[in-house]
Design a protein around this ligand. Structure first.
Ligand code: C2E
Ligand code: CA
Ligand code: CA
Ligand code: CA
Length: 276
């Protein structure tokens, strides 16, 4: 028994053993999360940089599990992507966000405001995405022009030709498309020009320290200039304080999002935020 124990120890180093277990536990829990109604959406406002009026909000997924507690998206989204669970979860996010949005419209609190929803690479590659989106727009009566889909730069550049066709199919429905986390991947400028997108979202890693780090500031400046040259709107996320907001506005950034204005908040708080 002793030597068997030692063999086991050789097989499973305590470290990888724990990591594999944690990962399996998360996947098992994630598999039941939709059925158990453990997901919710928080909303973070996005403001017009010049007028500081609310322009829209980004829907951000939240997961509270009885065993694991509140799990941040940074920890479970990649598990959802690798296991394929992101397809049903992403479909739920899209429908729930549009449903929430139209419920607010009905109450008259968010007339004309834009809703941004994150799409994962598996959703983008899914041949059913376009039909799914058509069904959601029809069922919820969400006006397509008020819906913006956020696709990360690295996902688009994985397979730029296929992504370009998919973006064109989405745009044909009348929705807007933004490139998220811009500046962290390697966009070919030639491809960027060919994508029929509306907006660039400067990655928050450049925005967070831009007042202290001149290289970060230069990158933000360059992304704003590039976006405007291509006729795109530019959004900065991770705007944590007013001096950063002011600097971004002076640089011509179109929209601002970050803790400076609000953290992501649940739907009821978002209603009070809009009313105040
Ligand atoms: P993201 O799309 O880049 O979303 C922005 C993240 O930055 C959010 O983290 C938000 O809470 C955080 N943030 C906003 N303002 C500030 C700020 O001023 N300072 C700092 N330090 N952070 C700020 P969150 O909600 O934890 O989401 C993390 C990532 O998870 C998202 O990054 C996105 O990639 C992914 N994600 C979240 N919800 C969804 C979803 O419904 N579908 C998919 N596919 N991915 C999602
Ligand atoms: Ca996003
Ligand atoms: Ca981002
Ligand atoms: Ca991100």
């Amino acid at each position: 028994a002793k030597s068997a124990g030692r063999d086991m120890a050789r097989f499973f180093s305590p470290e990888t053993d724990q990591r594999v277990l944690a990962r399996q536990t998360m996947e098992t829990q994630l598999r039941q999360a939709l059925a158990n109604d453990e997901f919710s959406l928080h909303y973070q406002p996005r403001l017009n940089a010049r007028t500081r009026k609310v322009q829209g909000a980004e829907a951000l997924l939240r997961w509270k599990n009885p065993l694991l507690g509140q799990v941040p998206p940074g920890e479970f989204i990649h598990v959802a992507e690798e296991s394929g669970l992101i397809k049903p979860i992403g479909a739920w996010v899209l429908r729930e966000a549009c449903r929430n949005w139209m419920a607010l419209e009905a109450q008259g609190v968010c007339k004309g405001l834009e809703l941004s929803v994150n799409l994962s690479v598996a959703q983008l590659a899914d041949p059913e995405l376009v039909d799914q989106l058509i069904a959601v727009l029809r069922d919820t009566r969400m006006p397509p022009a008020q819906l913006e889909l956020e696709l990360t730069e690295s996902h688009l550049m994985d397979n730029p030709v296929a992504a370009q066709q998919k973006v064109a199919a989405l745009k044909a429905l009348g929705v807007k498309v933004a490139i998220d986390d811009f500046g962290t991947g390697y966009s070919s400028l030639a491809y960027l020009k060919r994508f029929d997108i509306d907006k660039l979202k400067v990655d928050q890693s450049f925005v967070l320290g831009m007042l202290e780090d001149s290289a970060d500031a230069a990158i933000v400046h360059a992304v704003i200039a590039l976006g405007h040259t291509l006729g795109l709107k530019v959004v900065a996320e991770g705007v944590e304080n007013l001096p950063t907001a002011q600097t971004l506005t002076a640089l011509g950034c179109d929209e601002l999002q970050g803790y400076c204005f609000s953290r992501p908040i649940p739907l009821d708080e978002w209603v009070s935020y809009l009313r105040s």
